[in-house]
Design a protein. Structure first.
Length: 241
């Protein structure tokens, strides 16, 4: 019966969170767990769990917060991290709440991040991280400026292809005053890609070996099927006297 309510409210009753002395459900975030990563953010603390229409086997993870949070329906929660100058790495990520009620475009996100880091908007580069591929996709270069006339037209939302921006996405930021903003990749990305490449090669070799084994087995069956059964040889010898 308890699980009819919002997951954060349920989590408050668990011994672990009681030991943490969490003041209220607003100090917790609830996510669905997808491929061992946070998936969908269950943001409404007043909404009952059955209203989310989750599957019966859906796993939910709870994230403790340092301060109270009440996300509105037009708030997008992003994990933002600034690149470390001269290194292929980033400082610790920080949570950034972005109001997308007016627009969710590259132009608007650039201005939001520039304001957050107190940098000129033309002196930053930004990219979205795709952890499952260990790849970064640059979100519009500032050199491709949009004229005021074109800006009046409806720009494509970052929530659409190819970015599919959603809650929990990691956004990398490069300070062009201190470094070149072209390469967003890290050493961990190199290792991850190499691991994926090796796994793909092993799977390919395994499929080839299985295919070869199936072919040998099939050829053996065909040879056995077409072989004529052995018949005893009978020789009659006449009697000559």
């Amino acid at each position: 019966m308890a699980f009819a309510y919002m997951p954060c409210s349920v989590a408050m009753t668990l011994p672990f969170f009681q030991e943490l002395s969490v003041p209220s459900p607003e100090f917790l975030r609830a996510w669905t767990l997808e491929s061992k990563r946070p998936g969908k953010l269950l943001r409404n603390n007043q909404q009952q769990l059955n209203e989310y229409k989750l599957g019966g086997r859906t796993e939910i993870c709870i994230e403790p917060l340092q301060k109270e949070e009440n996300l509105g329906p037009s708030d997008l929660l992003l994990r933002v991290q600034m690149g470390i100058p001269g290194e292929r790495d980033y400082y610790h990520s920080v949570d950034l709440v972005w109001d997308i009620s007016k627009e969710c475009t590259a132009w608007a996100l650039r201005h939001r991040l520039a304001a957050h880091y107190s940098l000129p908007v033309e002196k930053i580069e930004i990219a979205k991280y795709f952890p499952e591929k260990f790849e970064w996709m640059t979100i519009s270069s500032w050199t491709q400026q949009i004229s005021k006339r074109k800006r009046k037209k409806k720009q494509e939302s970052l929530q659409s292809a190819p970015f599919h921006l959603k809650d929990g996405d990691i956004i990398g930021v490069k300070n062009l005053l201190l470094e070149d903003g072209k390469d967003f990749s890290t050493v961990r990305d190199d290792i991850g890609k190499e691991t994926q490449r090796q796994l793909a090669m092993e799977k390919k070799k395994s499929r080839q070996a299985q295919r070869l084994q199936n072919n040998v087995f099939s050829e053996g069956k065909v040879a056995t099927k077409h072989r004529k059964p052995e018949v005893a040889l009978s020789i009659n010898v006449g009697i000559f006297r």
